[in-house]
Design a protein around this ligand. Structure first.
Ligand code: ZN
Length: 295
């Protein structure tokens, strides 16, 4: 079988550049869709992270976004997800993704949502999320796997999945990001967490003016890139291992199973994986692609 090499020039939903010799920058580039994530974007992101892993010169990867908002989450308008996924090589060994019922939903999300997030969280290079505007549900699943987060003052973070009949985004890292008490409030109310509150709770490393976002992120990346690559990798592994030893990995499996239970419940009641009454609820519409474009 020929070796498959991701080709950056084929990317349609993201842009890659190299702002510094040791820094790869991945930029989400669906601003008209508020950088909502369709399967193409997720597989292109995964390929881009692989490019960063395989290039020995790269020490730091920045994940940024074009447009006023970082990401509105998973693109709920996608109805041919399996057909789209079949264009790409799976990263897991779960199944072929065309299976039916709860297994179909489980296998897609285990590959494309939880699988990718865990893969990126355990990436060998240091990753920095550079965040502005709204970050909603699946958007958190791009920010949270990163090692460090730099937020513009206008950044806001929200998980509105409970409003849609689901018990939290698939990468259920909430309690490690903001603490159990605030995680519950985020989930129960679907209200936005400000950049300042996210910083106070330890979810964000630094909050900067929007006009300084790119330069502040690059300055941090440059500082990190001066350190020895292997020591950086091992420091990251040690931190992640510590978090997993505290139970994160087991909790993630449990919360993913509960998430799938809510999808199965909604499918039985509404013949769709989410509660349709939630889609247009104020909590969801406030920050979603259903909101007016100029908000
Ligand atoms: Zn789901």
């Amino acid at each position: 079988m020929p070796k498959r090499t991701p080709l950056a020039e084929n990317f349609e939903t993201i842009v890659l550049d190299r702002p510094l010799p040791a820094v790869l920058r991945i930029t989400l580039n669906r601003p008209d869709a508020r950088n909502a994530q369709d399967p193409r974007m997720l597989y292109e992101l995964n390929d881009a992270f692989d490019i960063g892993a395989r290039d020995e010169e790269i020490k730091v990867i920045i994940l940024a976004a074009n447009g006023p908002h970082f990401s509105a989450g998973h693109d709920l308008r996608v109805t041919d997800g399996v057909a789209q996924m079949e264009q790409y090589d799976p990263v897991s060994t779960w199944c072929g993704f065309s299976c039916k019922g709860a297994e179909g939903r489980y296998s897609i999300e285990k590959e494309m949502y939880l699988g990718f997030c865990e893969r990126w969280r355990n990436h060998s290079k240091v990753t920095i999320a550079q965040v502005q505007g709204k970050v909603i549900a699946g958007g958190l699943m791009l920010v949270w796997p990163c090692d460090l987060v730099i937020a513009a003052e206008d950044a806001q973070f929200c998980d509105n999945t409970v409003a849609m009949g689901v018990c939290g985004a698939e990468f259920f890292n909430h309690i490690y990001e903001v603490g159990v008490r605030k995680a519950k409030e985020m989930l129960f109310t679907a209200e936005f967490l400000s950049a300042q509150d996210a910083w106070r709770l330890g979810m964000v490393n630094h909050v900067v003016k929007l006009e300084d976002l790119e330069s502040a992120t690059l300055a941090l990346a440059e500082k990190i890139a001066r350190k020895p690559a292997f020591a950086l990798k091992m420091a990251k592994e040690a931190c992640n291992a510590g978090q997993d030893a505290q139970g994160r990995a087991n909790q993630m499996q449990t919360s993913f199973a509960l998430h799938q239970l809510t999808h199965a419940h909604n499918n039985l009641l509404f013949n769709m994986p989410i509660d349709p009454s939630g889609i247009m609820s104020p909590a969801v519409a406030a920050g979603s692609r259903y909101a007016k474009k100029d908000e």
